[in-house]
Ligand binder design. Structure first.
Ligand code: ADP
Ligand code: MG
Length: 258
């Protein structure tokens, strides 16, 4: 039973409180979204959850176990994986190799020997087959077959975002953090993404935290939503509850580059 909880998570930069006492719970296998204008602290919450930033105070708890203060790698090994607002992939490596990298935490051979030199020596060969099968499954699932051998640098932005999602899925996460996954996608790509996120929830049984500006997507797929502004909670609740909150409406009307 996966139960994810963030308690009073706060962090300041140069005396400015970027996130103030963020507190929320995400049930097993549900989609929890964080919305708010640019600069309101959404990505910073993800950075604290994934260990990139150490919170000034507060706790991140996965199924009763505290993740606070652990390294990003340890947190990934505990089952929390993510995508980044600014894509972080190896541009001069193939789609396949990038996704295989997501499996490194499951590899006995470690990142360097495991990721780019697999197949050398029979000891790794069997392990490699298993990893490749898992990755093949994800490639099929996200419809990346046609670009599997291409360098990431040759792909349009929307496809790169999908490769990043594929890599995050390759970790077989319990909790998946998606930071603006639909940014830069066209309507058709967004429609696919929306279905895939639901499939990840339903078929892979993953608990999903989503930062997303596309309100159709957010309102359509979220079980619960947290709206923040300037690091402070405005409201948390069901899409229906959040959507009609006057401060949410005001915050979104005030934003130009959503
Ligand atoms: P959002 O994702 O909601 O657009 P962010 O979480 O990226 O917002 O940023 C929230 C605030 O924290 C912004 O004012 C941003 O400038 C600040 N911030 C985030 N990371 C840092 C950092 N490493 N150093 C200084 N300020 C930061
Ligand atoms: Mg952000």
């Amino acid at each position: 039973m996966v139960h994810f909880k963030v308690e009073n998570l706060s962090i300041s930069f140069g005396g400015i409180r970027a996130v103030d006492s963020a507190t929320f719970e995400v049930g097993q296998n549900s989609i929890f979204s964080i919305i708010g204008p640019n600069g309101s602290g959404k990505t910073t919450i993800f950075n604290m959850i994934s260990g990139i930033y150490k919170p000034d105070s507060g706790n991140v708890i996965l199924s009763g176990e505290s993740l606070t203060g652990l390294s990003p790698d340890r947190i990934a090994r505990k089952g929390v994986s993510r995508t980044f607002q600014n894509i972080q992939l190896f541009a001069n490596a193939s789609v396949m190799d990038n996704i295989m990298l997501g499996r490194h935490i499951h590899m006995k051979t470690g990142v360097l020997s495991g990721a780019f030199m697999w197949g050398r020596g029979s000891r790794c060969a069997k392990e490699e087959v298993i990893h490749r099968e898992r990755v093949e499954h994800i490639i099929d699932f996200l419809d990346l077959q046609s670009v599997r051998d291409q360098f990431v640098s040759n792909l349009p932005y929307g496809k790169r975002k999908l490769v990043e999602l594929a890599r995050a899925l390759a970790l077989e996460p319990k909790v998946l953090l998606l930071d603006e996954p639909s940014a830069g996608m066209n309507t058709e790509e967004k429609d696919d993404l929306r279905i895939w996120i639901k499939d990840i929830q339903d078929d892979y049984k993953v608990t999903i935290l989503l930062i997303e500006h596309d309100m159709n997507m957010v309102m359509g797929i979220s079980d619960r939503i947290l709206a923040i502004n300037q690091g402070i909670k405005i409201v948390e609740g069901t899409p229906q509850e959040v959507q009609k909150h006057p401060d949410v409406i005001a915050a979104y009307l005030g934003e130009e580059d959503a």
